[in-house]
Design a protein around this ligand. Sequence first.
Ligand SMILES: Nc1ncnc2c1ncn2[C@@H]1O[C@H](COP(=O)(O)OP(=O)(O)OP(=O)(O)O)[C@@H](O)[C@H]1O
Ligand SMILES: [Mg+2]
Length: 319
Amino acid sequence: MNDKNQKLINSLISSFSVKLKPLVNDFVIRDNKAFITLKAKDYDDAKNLERYKKECEEILKNKNIFDEIFISFTEKEELFNKVIAISSCKGGVGKSTIAVNLALALKRLNYSVGLLDADIYGPSVPKLLKISAKPEVDEKKKIIPVTQQGLKVMSIGLLIEEEKPIIWRGPMIQGALTQLIEEVKWGKLDFLVVDLPPGTGDAYLAVLQKLKIDYSLIVTTSQDLAIADTKKGINLMLKFNIPVTGIIENMSYFECDHCSEPNYIFGKNGVEDLAKQFNTKVVAKLPIISEFEEGLKQNNSKLENKEKIFNNLAENLIN
Ligand SMILES: Nc1ncnc2c1ncn2[C@@H]1O[C@H](COP(=O)(O)OP(=O)(O)OP(=O)(O)O)[C@@H](O)[C@H]1O
Ligand SMILES: [Mg+2]
């Protein structure tokens, strides 16, 4: 963060009341928008602290500096034992594919697993898992997630009509994500796997604020452009105090039947260097698997290798 922003943040925090000040967990300024997370132990605690959230909002609004202000609590959803975020700022690098396959691998290990598609602009989990059912609502108006291949799945794509683009604006983004997290009857889960949206927009930041993420896996390919965007994503994660568990290099190499060695089409060292830079490790290198989409559709037996890769990833994560 540049010095000017840091100075502004310090001076704003110094104008908070003595009770509000110690509640500030993180404060990020981006594109003239303020993202503040306040500490809360759980939902009840957050409810009791609501007045400090209002105080924070009023002070910031009266300063007339920010176009939009997002304030959230850090309360941990007790239902989720561990939350795993699959992210990258780069689009199309395989986040959703990996989120779905990792969730299925955890399920194969007999854990109870939820899959939250947090991509409100381009939800792809319903398509990847071929879900056609719509979620029902229980007597308390909670949304019941759709169960598919043993996973409890929730996605904005299950709630809205397909192919009708929605223009999400500031407060609507937080509203939609809050609904997907808090108004869904998830039940107790060992793992909630979250497929994050591409980019570093408001939706991405709202998820980082809303969910207490235990593990984050960053997906990238090794092209320079992908790595440059991924760096931005990692830096944002760190600003929200989210640990970077590891990096997954996707579409790393190609194996053909008559080649003696794998072909690293996009170069071999880019992702390793990125991991070193952030003091983390490359936890998996996934090849280009041409049957990926087919396999998800029909449990193709050619995909045993792919299953093995995700089983290993899931086991490493747990250990
Ligand atoms: N290892 C792989 N081998 C071959 N194809 C892959 C691989 N990983 C992903 N794909 C394909 O690449 C495309 C993009 O993948 P996916 O939708 O998972 O990316 P994403 O990062 O979630 O994209 P977005 O940023 O749009 O959300 C899909 O068609 C998917 O099947
Ligand atoms: Mg996606």
